[in-house]
Write a protein that binds this ligand. Structure first.
Ligand SMILES: [Zn+2]
Length: 679
């Protein structure tokens, strides 16, 4: 349910000369308004994104190990190089390491020890393959999946399971089960009939075949097994909701008793599953997609045990490939990064290892990052900016001409209930029970994953911990969570060029101010508006107001549906409208907040731009990016964010404040005939 603010779902980062990259001991400085990144030969009223980012686009080719490259991606890479320095130090077996430094250091060392990993080959996978081989009947699937769900992230193994806030009572954590079991990026990849989708499926089958060969199967058996995998995953895909359907939380809320769950899938032994998960007292479970479980029931009944074992073998090698020797890592890279995303070179080992420590011991590493990079001053400034932006949102809501007073009261109540989390968690996660061994990378990764999933499962049946974060502190991203009703800005995103202490307020409000506004607005987008001030899925809108709101969102959907992502693929604006609405509304309230913050100051022109122009250039320059066409094609299906160009041009063309700042005529391309305005 999280709303990742920026399109960084797949891990980013590197640098044109990544072979020569070194650890950083200080984060480099780039101003939040960077004139050389502009292209002043372009008319801002014709293409504002190109005007603001043309120089950046020309000077920043995509590094070979990246699917795309962006201002956010570059900062992520810099943060990662800084983390690399921390980890390289912590990896030295000195006696003065703290217990946590020892854990992150030894984990990093185990991952960097490629010679040891190479020597082991597929050996770390053998116990898991043996467990699969030992399954005697389909009734054993439940116990096996319960164990393996704890050792792997995500819902790759048949279905997803974990703790989640109750949609109906946000103060409580309950069990949930969701659709899963796929290995391609979306259900559509299995079901679409166009030539490109067919080609990807052929390449996927070839990849699965090669992975089976790597664990010792003959060419013929591997090829037949890959087809079996494809058949099962395609069936699961057919039972899964689309991403657009999943945007409606009512489609994902079906509370059931264990007896009702058992009745839905009588062939799956849930009792065994719960017991093996350490859950002895499940009273209620949210079955996010009942249709999926009904499909799974058919699948369990009709697919022979031998085929299920084939499917499980594939998921075993798929889930663990990155912990194994280079033949597995390379094959995994070749399909998921090269074929699917167009990446041409594997990221250097240090980068992969930083990513694993961040994933598995993220708050331990993040604590070190925060201690070295995040100042009390940055925190205070961000909190002040957030307060001003909330005030601006409050004024906007109060003066809306389309919303009735009854709904306004509830909207303001919700706005005032939003918790602002800035920088890092108040209580750090306790990793003392995670066993880290210097010579056991695969074991470390699996044990850390098991620690994390057990921590998650332990929440079931308990009250919510409101202090928890869904991103690690060095992350260059931000999110709003409608059930927590909180906005979260990790320390990693509050660095130059996104927050720039050396420059005037205008670009800062344009850049990070708009991101803060964006996250706040998510509480009131087409999905977020369905949750109330307490985070409960509860309709607080009058019917007339809801209709007025939807009409305005449709204006945004119609506008963005015309933009081309790549080839002939247009934006699926039913998928992106929440983000598009947040971009438009967030920019406006950041602008109003900036005007208010500087009301008593005499603002001067700088670097040849008026203060208003500086606000908007600062806005555009967070979004400068280059993307590989392959990556854009994946994003078109999976990413709820529009491409950077439209996240800027789509916004400013709705804002009279922008048109005034750049003196755009009524017929200019950056002036919408029909202005969309919600907030
Ligand atoms: Zn967002």
């Amino acid at each position: 349910m999280k709303h990742l603010c920026v399109a960084l779902l797949l891990l980013v980062s590197s640098f044109a000369l990544f072979g020569q990259e070194q650890p950083l001991t200080a984060l480099p400085y780039t101003p939040s308004l960077d004139v050389p990144s502009m292209d002043k030969s372009v008319d801002p009223c014709t293409d504002f994104y190109q005007y603001s980012c043309g120089g950046w686009i020309a000077h920043n080719p995509i590094p070979a190990d990246q699917a795309g490259w962006s201002v956010y991606g570059k900062l992520t890479n810099e943060n990662n190089r800084f983390l690399w320095g921390i980890l390289a130090d912590a990896a030295k077996p000195a006696t003065n390491r703290t217990a946590l430094q020892q854990k992150i250091g030894d984990y990093f060392a185990s991952c960097m020890d490629e010679a040891a990993i190479e020597k082991l080959g597929a050996k770390p996978l053998q116990p898991l393959l043996k467990q699969i081989d030992a399954l005697k009947s389909k009734s054993g699937l439940a116990g096996f999946l319960a164990a393996e769900h704890q050792r792997s992230y995500g819902g790759g193994w048949v279905f997803g399971f974990g703790a989640n806030q109750d949609f109906g009572d946000a103060t409580q954590q309950i069990a949930y089960t969701g659709a899963g079991g796929l290995s391609l990026p979306d259900r559509d990849y299995y079901l679409k009939d166009d030539q490109r989708s067919k080609d990807i499926r052929d390449k996927y089958i070839a990849h699965v075949t090669r992975m089976f060969e790597l664990i010792g199967e003959s060419k013929e058996k591997a090829a037949a097994d890959a087809k079996t995998v494809m058949k099962i995953e395609t069936d699961l895909a057919k039972s899964s909701l689309t991403r657009v359907e999943r945007r409606d939380p009512y489609n994902l809320y079906h509370k059931m008793s264990p007896a009702q769950l058992a009745a839905l899938t009588p062939s799956f032994d849930w009792k065994q599953y719960f017991t093996a998960s350490g859950l002895t007292n499940i009273k209620t479970i949210n079955v996010a997609e009942p249709k999926f479980l009904a499909g799974l029931e058919t699948e369990i009944k009709s697919v022979p045990l031998a085929d299920w074992k084939t499917y499980l073998r594939w998921h075993a090698v798929h889930a663990r490939a990155s912990y194994l020797s280079s033949d597995f890592v390379t094959e995994d890279f070749n399909f998921y990064r090269k074929t699917l995303r167009g990446v041409t070179a594997m990221p250097p080992r240090w980068k992969q290892c930083v990513r694993y420590v961040d994933r598995d011991l993220g708050e331990a590493l993040g604590h070190e990052f925060v201690n070295r990079t995040f100042t009390a001053d940055t925190k205070a400034k961000t909190v002040d900016m957030t307060n001003r932006i909330e005030k601006a949102m409050e004024n906007e809501i109060k003066t809306l001409d389309w919303m009735t007073d009854a709904t306004k009261v509830r909207a303001l109540e919700k706005l005032h209930s939003i918790a602002n989390k800035v920088g890092y968690p108040e209580r750090w996660r306790d990793y003392s029970s995670v066993v880290v061994k210097r010579d056991d990378f695969a074991g470390n990764a699996v044990r850390a994953t098991a620690f994390e999933t057990k921590r998650d499962l332990a929440k079931i049946g308990k009250p919510l911990d409101r202090g928890e974060w869904g991103m690690t502190p060095p992350t260059v991203n931000a999110y709003y969570n409608p059930q927590m009703n909180d906005i979260n800005f990790p320390a990693g995103v509050l660095q130059p060029p996104l927050v720039d202490p050396k420059i005037d307020d205008a670009p800062n409000y344009g850049n990070t101010g708009s991101t803060i506004g964006h996250e706040l607005t998510h509480g009131f987008d087409d999905e977020g508006r369905k949750f109330d001030a307490n985070g409960n899925l509860k309709d607080w809108w009058t019917e007339a107001d809801a209709k007025e709101f939807e009409e305005r969102v449709n204006c945004v959907r119609d506008q963005y549906a015309q933009y081309t992502i790549v080839d002939d693929i247009k934006i699926n604006s039913k998928l992106t409208s929440g983000e598009d609405v947040a971009d438009i509304g967030g920019t406006l309230i950041a602008y109003i907040a900036w005007k208010d913050a500087t009301a008593n100051l005499k603002l001067e022109d700088a670097e040849g731009f008026s203060p208003d122009q500086r606000f908007f250039i600062g806005l555009a320059q967070w979004a400068c990016e280059n993307q590989r066409p392959e990556n854009l094609r994946v994003n078109a299906v999976t990413n709820p964010h529009s491409p950077g160009r439209y996240r800027i041009n789509g916004v400013v063309s709705n804002l009279p404040e922008f048109q005034k700042a750049f003196k755009c005529g009524d017929t200019a391309p950056m002036v919408n005939k029909k202005m969309c305005k919600i907030w």
